[in-house]
Design a protein. Structure first.
Length: 174
C-alpha cells in the first residue's frame, strides 16, 4: 500500500468543479462565530460536490482571511450566497423545491441513521457553536436531524457535525 500522488488524485480544476453536476444539497450557516469553521465547511462542501452554501446572520463570508486559511480555495469553487436574514434564505431555498432541516437536538428530531430523505433536494441549517440553530428558525423548518451521540458531551464542533451529516446525505443522494 502507498499514498497516492497529487497527479493520481485526479483533482478537478476550478472550472471543472464549477461545471460538474452537484448533489442537490444546500448548507445554510446561521450565526457561526468562527470563520475557521466556515472555511472548513466550505472545504467539506467542495469534497462532496454540494450545490451551495448560504451564509446568514453574522457568519463571516468570503473574502475573509480565516475562511481562506481553512477552505484552501473551496470558497472559490463552491457556490455561496450571503443573506443577512435566515428566513429569507429559507424562503428562497424552499421556492427552489428543497426541504429544509435543522441539524439540532430537538423534540421529535430524526436520528441521522434513521433519516429518509422525502425527496432528493435537501437543505441543512447549521447553527452557532454555542447556542445552535435559533428556535425561531427551527419553527420554519421541515424538521430536525440529530446526530446520534452516546458519550457524555452530546455536542460536536459545527464543522465536524457538518462533515458527518454531509457524508451520510451525500452518499444517499449521489
Amino acid at each position: 500500500m502507498r499514498k497516492l500522488s497529487m497527479d493520481e488524485l485526479n483533482r478537478k480544476t476550478v472550472d471543472e468543479f464549477k461545471q460538474a453536476e452537484k448533489i442537490p444539497l444546500i448548507v445554510i450557516l446561521e450565526n457561526i462565530r468562527s470563520a475557521y469553521n466556515v472555511g472548513s465547511i466550505f472545504r467539506t462542501a467542495d469534497a462532496f460536490l454540494i450545490q451551495a452554501v448560504y451564509i446568514c446572520g453574522y457568519t463571516a463570508h468570503p473574502p475573509h482571511k480565516e475562511i481562506k486559511k481553512t477552505a484552501l480555495g473551496a470558497e472559490d469553487t463552491v457556490q455561496w450566497k450571503y443573506l443577512k436574514d435566515v428566513r429569507e434564505a429559507i424562503r428562497e431555498i424552499k421556492e427552489m423545491g428543497f426541504k429544509v432541516y435543522a441539524v439540532e437536538q430537538a423534540v421529535n428530531s430524526i436520528q441521522l441513521n434513521k433519516f429518509e430523505a422525502p425527496n432528493s433536494k435537501i437543505a441543512l441549517i447549521l447553527g452557532n457553536e454555542v447556542t445552535g440553530v435559533e428556535q425561531s428558525t427551527i419553527e420554519i423548518c421541515d424538521g430536525c436531524i440529530e446526530i446520534p451521540q452516546s458519550g457524555m458531551k452530546h455536542s460536536l464542533n459545527v464543522s465536524v457535525a457538518a462533515g458527518i451529516v454531509l457524508v451520510v446525505l451525500a452518499q444517499t443522494n449521489s
